[in-house]
Design a protein around this ligand. Structure first.
Ligand code: NAI
Ligand code: MG
Length: 478
């Protein structure tokens, strides 16, 4: 059985106590590989390697152009190994191979290309001064970055953190989710093949509490923590970071509202509404999991949406053409079906869908659930959407803003001024108008409220992964 080790200081290694965990294929519901499980002693090794590579290794001193060259070389290798990388995520968490190979891997390569170029081309402020001083800003690398990732877009979200951290001259310890270790080890191997020096990108496997994750967030040798995962975990990590005054960036859960106005292009709205809740089997922080439809379009839109949901192809995620795989794990399947069990008692009705075979959940549409129902308030993280009609624009905005989350929202309308007005009123880090999931890596990405702290992307990543320094120089005799 294949084994995925830690990558520490340029070597792929077992844990010091040789502990391993099974890596389960959720379609076959059996282990397909094993991965190392790191504890505090392994975290110490990884931090020491990253620390040495930062404090006395070449990486922070190479210069932007050379780092850019090496990160593009790594992107080339990701593209060349797209089949293996994509299949690793598919085996680990059931994502359709078409999506892993066709979307996540190219986007992962793009993460490296974009941030390598962004850092190389960035300009810094020089402040005009009439006091006889020249004042300018330097962006110094922050040091050792711990990047802690979830299982839903393993390689894509890992590289979204690793790429800007490396481009700005930091060294990294990547802690992938315990459900999805494989592609991270492959990434670590490819980084060495690309020529990144030992200790620059380390990969540490293991669980969260009392394991590799906690050991990293508690570690005084870590200078930045960037985390993507559940809001509850984010609270725990923020407390750990506070003990060492370590800056932390938190990209957390969501309960995205999708507002379809009666004047919308309904074909376009159905297309994106389906994508927004059923792609990746709904295991998407940005999912449009609350669908609000303006009367009088409600009946027609719902009928078309349900027909499109019923037409999605479930199956073996390894096969081309599959649109929905199983949920990522037995535990997650139990969580999602647990929510389905609450629907009737809370006053709602399942219009279509429900549990499927094995760890599948069919595309599920819930109507009639009141706003205080659990399925309307909590992140389900599965192919489950609640639908509700609305009347006025104000009512739509109030519904959309009515949860503690604020990651993203969608607006479908052909009315230009309404599009701007509603976008301004929504409490969200991202608003998509007449589209979904379009990402420009220069734009700020993050959430409001329980959806996160801070923003990443473009210059926002620069702010987080560097220590900006002001240099004030006297240029005329004082
Ligand atoms: P999770 O919070 O259970 O785990 C995420 C990572 O944190 C894993 O690597 C885990 O091992 C680690 N971890 C857990 N407890 C820890 C602790 N005490 N100390 C240090 N590390 C710890 O999240 P999960 O279930 O893997 O991912 C799903 C969640 O991620 C959903 O809530 C989803 O909305 C959110 N997410 C947010 C995104 C965003 O950009 N805002 C994007 C994708 C997912
Ligand atoms: Mg979890």
């Amino acid at each position: 059985m294949e084994f995925f080790g830690h990558v520490i200081d340029g070597q792929e290694v077992e844990s010091l106590d040789r502990a391993r965990m099974p890596v389960v294929d959720p379609y076959l519901r059996e282990p397909w590989a094993q991965a190392a499980v790191g504890g505090p002693a392994d975290a110490d090794r990884a931090v020491a390697a990253a620390r040495a590579a930062f404090d006395s290794g070449p990486w922070p001193r190479l210069g932007f152009a050379e780092r850019q060259r090496l990160l593009h070389a790594l992107a080339d290798l990701l593209e060349r190994h797209a089949d293996d990388l994509g299949m690793a995520d598919t085996r680990d968490m059931g994502k359709p191979a078409d999506d892993a190979r066709g979307h996540d891997v190219p986007r992962s390569a793009w993460n490296f290309r974009f941030f390598a170029d962004d850092a190389r081309l960035a300009a810094a402020d020089a402040l005009p001064s009439d006091t006889g001083h020249h004042i300018y800003t330097r962006y110094e690398p922050a040091g050792v970055v711990a990047a802690i990732a979830p299982w839903n877009f393993p390689l894509m979200l890992e590289t979204w953190k690793v790429a800007p951290a490396l481009a700005w001259g930091n060294t990294v310890i990547l802690k992938p989710a315990e459900q999805t270790p494989s592609s991270a080890t492959l990434l670590g191997r490819l980084a060495l093949e690309a020529g990144l020096p030992p200790g620059v990108l380390n990969v540490l496997h293991g669980y969260g509490p009392d394991s590799a994750g906690q050991a990293l967030t508690d570690h005084p040798g870590v200078d930045r923590i960037t985390f993507t995962g559940e809001s509850g975990t984010g609270r725990v990590i923020a407390r750990a970071a506070a003990a060492n005054l370590t800056p932390v960036s938190l990209e957390l859960g969501g309960k995205g509202a999708n507002l379809v106005f009666a004047d919308a292009d309904l074909d376009n709205a159905v297309h994106w509404s389906i994508r927004s809740i059923f792609s990746n089997a709904g295991q998407v922080c940005l999912a449009g999991s609350r669908l609000y439809i303006q009367q009088p379009a409600y009946e027609e839109f719902l009928a078309r949406f349900v027909a499109a949901a019923d037409a999605l192809r479930l199956g073996d995620p390894r096969l081309s053409g599959t649109q929905l795989g199983p949920l990522a794990s037995a535990e997650h399947h139990a969580k999602v079906t647990g929510y389905l069990d609450t629907v009737e008692a809370d006053g709602g009705k399942i219009v279509t869908g429900g549990p499927g075979e094995g760890w599948f959940v069919r595309p599920t549409v819930i109507a009639g659930a009141p706003p205080q129902a659990r399925v309307c308030r909590e992140e389900i993280f599965g192919p489950v959407v609640v639908v509700q009609p609305f009347g006025s624009e104000d009512e739509a905005v109030a519904l959309a803003n009515g949860t503690p989350f604020g990651l993203n929202a969608m607006v479908f309308t052909e009315n230009l001024s309404r599009a701007h007005r509603v976008s301004a009123a929504l409490r969200a880090g991202t608003v998509w108008v007449n589209c979904f999931f379009v990402r420009d890596l220069r734009a700020p990405f993050g959430g409001v409220g329980d959806s996160g702290v801070g923003r990443e992307g473009g210059r926002f990543s620069r702010e987080f992964f560097t220590e900006p320094k002001a240099v004030v120089m006297q240029i005329s005799p004082g």
